[in-house]
Design a protein around this ligand. Sequence first.
Ligand code: GUN
Length: 293
Amino acid sequence: MSQATIIDGKAFAADLRATVAKQVATLQKDHGLTPGLSVILVGEDPASEVYVRNKGKATHEAGMKSEQFRLSSDATTQAVLAKVAELNADPTVHGILVQLPLPDQVDAPAVLGAIDPAKDVDGFHVINVGLLNTGQDAMVPCTPVGCLLMLKHVVGDLTGKRAIVVGRSNIVGKPMAALLLKQHCTVTLAHSRTVDLPGECRRADIVIAAVGRAEMIRGDWIKPGATVIDVGINRIERDGKRKLVGDVAFDEAAAVAGAITPVPGGVGPMTIACLLKNTVTAACRQNAIAEPA
Ligand code: GUN
C-alpha cells in the first residue's frame, strides 16, 4: 500500500517548460534575443537518438532555436572538436550539448573540455565543476538541478537535513552532493564500496538514488517519512514483460517514505526542462541581460 506522496515529475516539468517559454517570449520581445541550443550526436546509439529527438522537440516548443548535428559513428576526435569550435564561435548558439556516450575512438574529456564553459549547458566542463564546488555561479548539470527543484518544492528549506546520494557519477552523484551541500544539508556521498549502505540510507531524511542498479534500494532502507528521489532508469524483464524501473524498489519504499518520485514520470521529464532553463540562463549571461522572472 502506497502511503507516500507521489511526486509528479511530469506536471512539474510541464510547469517549468511553460515558465521557460514565457522567458523566451520576453527575451524576444524586449531584447530581440532568441536562445539557441545545438546538440551534437556522434553515431547511432538508439537511446541517444531518442534523447536527442526529445531535446530538439522540447527546445523548439519553448520557442528557442534548436539545431542538431549528426556525425558518423567513425568520426574522429578532431572532427568533433571542429564542430564544437564552430558552435563556440557562433553568437546565435548559446548552449552546446554533446550527447554521451561518445564512441570509444573519440576522446570525451577533450571534447567536453573544448566547449566554451559559458555555453556548457550540461555543466560538464571542469570550469563549471570547479565553480559549482566553490559555491559560485556555474552551469549546473540538468538532472541534479531537476532533483533539487522537486526536493525544495516538497521539503521546503533543506537546511540541516541529512541527505544521502547513492552513486558518485560526474553527471549526477557528485554535482547532486555539491548542490545539497550548498543548501546546507549534511551530505553522505555513498557508492558501491560503502560499508552498511542500508544503515547509511536509514539515517537520511533525503535519499537520492543514482546508482544504476534496478530496485537496489529496498523499503526497509528508508527512514519513515523520508523524501526519496529516484534517478535510475533501468529496463528489466518481469513476468515476461519489459518494464522500466528505478534504483528504488518503488512499492516497498512508497509504503515507508513521506514522498517519492516514480519511474517513469519522476526525474526523467525534469532533466529536459532543466536543459531548457540552463539554455535561457546561458543566453542571458552571454548577453549581460538579467534573467526574466
Ligand atoms: N547521456 C545521458 N545523459 C546525458 C546528459 O545529461 N547529457 C549528455 N550530454 N549526454 C547524456
